[in-house]
Design a protein around this ligand. Structure first.
Ligand code: BTN
Length: 257
């Protein structure tokens, strides 16, 4: 679902900042002060207090990454985990279009290439004054990652040439818009299907830490709401959120392809 060309509404209200605490936080604070249109985006070249999943910090060095947050007003009861899968699918399309490579997705929302993570997605949401979601994406775009971070990479490192952050945003915004509109009109199924095609998680032996504790088994599928279904003998346990690591024979972070 590659859509080249400009987006129509996503990113039209665009705030560009050289350096910021957290792009998610900038949008959140603006929402407290005024009515912010759907698709409003904040793009920064550096974050000093970038936030990751599970309360972690997101290392956001200057010159290397694209740090972007987009405000959406999803239909009530329809957001859940699927929005972060949707963002991953859109990012995968954009990176494929730009590089010709085949990026993968590791459940729930790590974007991977060459067995390493090049981007993470953090979706924050609420219902006041109406259902909202901020999709935050931290994408390692330029340069190379030092050897001491063997689980991380950049798009440029994988492509073997410098990828430009503007070009990535110009491709990502229409891809995200197209997938969001498709989700609004067709529901979760096409997103789940595209996610499955890009998945590096399904079919692997995994270890998950969910609210109920540690679960190990084979990652069999995702449910249509985005939950990971882990096979344990005759039972399939849905994991809605949490941390999942792949138990690969080579001890790597993700499969190479
Ligand atoms: C992860 O833990 O993998 C998700 C990381 C998400 C980081 C992005 S960078 C842009 C946006 N602003 C933040 O503070 N976090 C997200």
């Amino acid at each position: 679902m590659d859509r080249l060309g400009a987006s129509r509404w996503l990113g039209k209200d665009l705030t560009r900042l050289d350096s910021v605490g957290s792009t998610n936080q900038v949008l959140r604070e603006r929402m407290r002060q005024e009515e912010v249109p759907a698709g409003a985006a904040v793009v920064a070249g550096r974050q000093t207090a970038g936030r990751g999943r599970m309360g972690r910090a997101w290392w956001s060095p200057p010159d290397q990454g694209l740090y972007v947050s987009v405000l959406l007003y999803p239909p009530p009861l329809r957001q859940g985990g699927i929005l972060s899968l949707l963002a991953g699918v859109a990012l995968t399309d954009a990176v494929r279009t730009l590089t010709g490579l085949s990026p993968g997705l590791k459940w729930p929302n790590d974007a991977v290439m060459g067995g390493r993570k090049y981007a993470g997605i953090l979706v924050e949401g609420g219902t006041d004054p109406r259902p909202w979601a901020i999709v935050g994406m931290g994408i390692n775009v330029r340069g190379t990652v030092p050897e001491e971070f063997p689980q991380a990479t950049t798009i440029s490192q994988q492509a073997g040439r410098e990828i430009d952050r503007e070009g990535l945003w110009g491709t990502l915004a229409p891809a995200l818009e197209a997938w969001y509109e498709r989700w609004e009109s067709e529901g979760n199924a096409p997103v789940a299907e595209a996610w499955r095609r890009a998945s590096v998680t399904l079919g692997q032996e995994v270890e998950a830490w969910a609210a109920s504790g540690r679960i190990t088994g084979i990652a069999e599928d995702i449910a249509e709401d985005g939950a990971l279904l882990i096979r344990q003998g005759s039972r399939c346990i849905p994991v809605i959120s949490g941390e999942v690591s792949l138990r690969l024979a080579n001890g790597g972070y993700a499969p190479e392809s």
